[in-house]
Design a protein around this ligand. Structure first.
Ligand code: SF4
Length: 208
C-alpha cells in the first residue's frame, strides 16, 4: 500500500474512534493559547489548565503580562515545572507581541518562531486552532505512533513533519495530528502499546 493511501486508511479508522478531537488546553483567544502552549512544555495539559485561569485573571493581555512582576508570574506557574524559563518565555513573548505585532498573535510560521518558547510544534498548534491553517503537529505521541504505523522512518520532529506533509491531504492534516495524539495517549502508549485492542492492528507495520 502506498503511504498516502495508508494515511487515509488510518485516518478513516481513527476518525470513527475519536470523532471530536480537540486540543486539551483551555483558552478563549490566540494570546491565551500561545501562553498555554508555551507552559505545556514538559508537563501535562491538565496541569497547565490548573494555572492558566489564575494567570489570565491577573494578566489578560500581552501588555499586562509583559509588565508583570517576575516573582508573581513564577509563583503562579511554578507547578508546571521549569517555571523560571517559562516565565521568561511568556513575558518575553508578550513583550514581542506588543512591540512587533500590535499586540496580536501572528499567524505566519516564521513570525511565530520569533516568539520566545515557541517552536514548530507550538506554532503549528496555534496556526491550526486559531487560524484554521492545515498543520502537522509533531509531539512525542505523534512521533512515536507515526513511526510505529510506518508513516516515517525518522525520529526527528522536523523530518517527521515534512514526511507527513508529503503524504497527507491538507484537509485532514490537523485532525490527523489530533487523533494520532489521542491514540498515542490511550492505546499506542510508549511502553507496552495495546496492539491487541488497537483498530489499526491489521494495517500497522509495528504489529506485523
Ligand atoms: S497496532 Fe500497536 S503499534 Fe500499531 S498503532 Fe496500534 S497500538 Fe500502536
Amino acid at each position: 500500500m502506498d503511504k498516502s493511501r495508508h494515511v487515509k486508511e488510518v485516518y478513516k479508522l481513527l476518525q470513527k474512534l475519536y470523532p471530536n478531537a480537540l486540543t486539551f488546553l483551555d483558552y478563549i483567544n490566540p494570546f491565551q493559547l500561545l501562553v498555554a502552549v508555551v507552559l505545556s512544555a514538559q508537563t501535562t495539559d491538565a496541569q497547565v489548565n490548573k494555572v492558566t485561569p489564575v494567570l489570565f485573571s491577573k494578566y489578560s493581555d500581552p501588555e499586562a503580562l509583559m509588565s508583570a512582576q517576575t516573582a508573581e508570574v513564577e509563583k503562579i506557574i511554578r507547578s508546571t515545572g521549569f517555571y523560571k524559563m517559562k516565565t521568561r518565555n511568556i513575558t518575553g513573548a508578550a513583550k514581542k507581541l506588543v512591540l512587533d505585532y500590535h499586540s496580536e498573535v501572528p499567524e505566519d510560521m516564521d513570525d511565530l518562531l520569533t516568539l520566545p518558547g515557541v517552536g514548530r510544534k507550538s506554532a503549528n498548534v496555534i496556526r491550526a486552532h486559531c487560524f484554521n491553517k492545515p498543520a502537522i503537529i509533531v509531539d512525542t505521541h505523534f512521533s512515536r505512533v507515526t513511526k510505529r504505523i510506518g508513516f516515517t522512518d525518522s525520529s526527528n520532529p522536523e523530518v517527521i513533519e515534512k514526511d507527513l506533509l508529503l503524504i497527507t491531504d491538507k484537509a485532514i492534516q490537523t485532525d490527523l495530528s489530533m487523533i494520532i495524539n489521542i491514540h498515542g495517549r490511550k492505546i499506542c502508549t510508549s511502553r507496552n502499546p495495546l496492539c491487541g485492542e488497537c483498530v489499526l492492528s491489521s494495517i500497522c507495520w509495528h504489529s506485523d
